[in-house]
Structure formats: C-alpha cells, structure tokens
Design a protein around this ligand. Structure first.
Ligand SMILES: [Cu+2]
Length: 340
C-alpha cells in the first residue's frame, strides 16, 4: 500500500498502532493536521500581515480601487479542491482496507449486553466477564492470532428476554476501528492484528448506567499459541460435557468463592460446612428451624440474609441472585447432596 510507506507517522497523541490500517489511518490524520496547520498559518498570518501593511496612515489615506484577480481566485479555489479530493480518495482507500476480508477469516461472535462484552468462538468457547477472588471484575479477553484476518459478527442481546437490549458500539482504539452493535441484527468488523499484545476495547455508544465500565480486552498472540489455546479450550469443553451435575456443581463452588467460606469436610469456616447439609435440621438466629431441602439451599444462595444460620453472621455471604443461573444453582445443590 502506497500510503503505508509515507514517512509521516505522527502517533504521539494516538493510541498504539495494532494494525496496518491503524498506521494508514494515522498517516492520513497527520496529513490533515499538517495541511490544516499550513492553511492556518497562511490565512491568519496573511491577515495580520495585511492589517499591518494596509493600515490607514492618515485621515485622507484612500483605499485603492481594486476589482479582482482571476488567477489568484482560481488558485485559492483549485488548490483546496485538489487537497480535498486527495483526502476523499485517500479516506475511501483506507475505509475499504478496514472493510477488506477474506473467506478464511477467523470468525468470532461478539455479544453486547448491559454491560459487558461476551465473545463466542466456533468451538463453543464463551468468554465473559468474571470476578477474581477479591471480587474485582475481570473483563472478557478476546484471544486472537496475529497476522490473521479476523471477522467479528456482532449483535446486542440481554441475559433475559424480559430486558430490552440497547445499541452498543464496539471500539478498539489501537486498531482504529469501531462499529455499532445493534439488537436484532448482525454487524461486522474486520481486522488483522500485526502486533502481539493486549489492547483495550470500549463501548462508544452510551448505553446506560455502567456504560463506562463496559470494557474488554483483545489479546493478540502468535498463531501457535492461539492454536494451542483453542485445542485446550475445546478439550475443556468436551470434558465439561462429560461431567455429572454434581461435578459441575463443584466447579461452580470453586469458581464463585463459595470455597473461601464453606468447607466440604464438616468444619465450619466463615460459613457452615456443606458436608451433611442436605436433609439436616437447621437452626436460625431468630430461633426458627427447618429441614434443609433443595428449596432451602436455593433460597440460602439467592437471599442469604433471609434466614441466618445460628452461630453465623448475617450480611457476610454475597447475594448470588442474578449471579448464578438456575442451572448452576441446581448443580450446586447436586454437589452438596453428593457430600452426604
Ligand atoms: Cu454499551
């Protein structure tokens, strides 16, 4: 690409360049900036010069009779016209490069939700926001191979059908590309990352409360690393498919901090142990009691402070309503059952 070889690569104020298109984009931007600067100097400089030079010197100093200068008028129309045409064609070329794709592009689905980005790979792997042990959000990371055309197929959807999805916009500043993500239809975005590294993703369509926290990352890795990751994830998914509900429940228990407060060996920690819990008689702080059945476990997870177990503190266990799905809760129940 000819524009690529131009020397001007002013990116001092720009995010890092993660793609070829990004450097083309910056070159055009630098051209616009320099052209504007030169025009500014000529225009405002000329203005000042003439103000000084032609300042009326005495009361009977008369303005000379000036009509026009066809040649000058032609020049100050034609030169900007040429510059604008150059910018237009240049811009169209870069725009086409942004939209360029190949049949064998790696396709990844992007789902915008209030307020997170989910990524879905062809092998069934879903990447979504998680929380770490300290309760901080770990934003979704899209892993892509370097120097490989990627096609993102994007739409907006909610966790539940009763919530109306809104328009988001997927923006990777380092790649200089962004595209609206619209409910009920697919939009696409293309890129070929030519540098390894981690790049920030933003939502650039105001979409409500946590719009500014609707973040994600793109991690560009070598092709080998990507292939290995894909194989590992595919195997993990196949293993998951072979797990029993109780085994899946154990994963939920390990991945949602339950294990930090509940043991499975009978000794209490921050909360009661899960061993022998199902079917046992529970005594509560308010003096009431109940036999622990499936519904009790479910209620304890969704609304931990509804009934507080005697000898334990209220308000300690996080509320898991909206965090765990019904399916996960059933799996945890099966896991707790398996400990009897
Ligand atoms: Cu958004």
């Amino acid at each position: 690409m000819i524009f690529h070889s131009l020397p001007a690569r002013a990116n001092t104020f720009m995010p890092p360049q993660g793609t070829e298109v990004a450097s083309q984009f910056d070159t055009l931007y630098a051209f616009l900036l320099v052209a504007s600067l030169i025009s500014f100097v000529i225009l405002i400089g000329g203005l000042f010069l003439f103000v000084m030079k032609y300042k009326r010197k005495s009361i009977d100093d008369k303005t000379a009779y000036i009509t026009h200068n066809t040649f000058l008028e032609f020049l100050w129309s034609f030169i900007p016209f040429v510059i604008f045409m150059v910018v237009a064609v240049w811009g169209i070329v870069i725009y086409n490069n942004m939209k360029a794709t190949t049949e064998d592009a790696v396709e990844i689905h992007v789902i915008g939700k209030k307020w997170q980005w989910d990524f879905l790979y062809k092998n069934g792997k879903t990447v979504t926001n998680t929380t770490d042990a300290a309760g901080n959000i770990v934003y979704s990371t899209m892993i892509v191979p370097e120097k490989t055309p990627i096609k993102l197929i994007m739409t907006s959807r909610e966790q539940s059908d009763s919530i109306k999805p809104v328009i988001h916009s997927f923006f990777i500043p380092a790649f200089r590309i962004k595209q609206d993500v619209v409910p009920g239809q697919y939009s696409s975005l293309y890129f070929t990352a030519d540098k390894k590294g981690e790049f920030q993703v933003f939502c650039t369509e105001y979409c409500g409360d946590a719009h500014s926290k609707m973040l994600a990352k793109v991690r560009v890795v070598s092709k080998e690393e990507y292939d290995q990751w894909l194989i590992k994830e595919t195997e993990a998914l196949m293993n998951l498919a072979n797990l029993s509900p109780a085994e899946l429940g154990k994963l939920v228990y390990q991945q949602n901090q339950c294990s930090g407060c509940h043991t499975i060996n009978g000794s209490p920690l921050v909360g009661p142990s899960f061993k022998g819990l199902l079917g046992s008689d529970r005594k509560f702080a308010d003096g009431a009691s109940q036999k622990a059945d499936e519904n009790y476990i479910r209620a304890s997870i969704l609304n931990p402070n509804g009934q507080v177990v005697e000898g334990f503190q209220s308000g300690v266990m996080p509320v898991y309503k909206g965090v765990l799905t019904d399916e996960q809760i059933s799996q945890v129940i099966e896991f707790i059952k398996s400990l009897n």
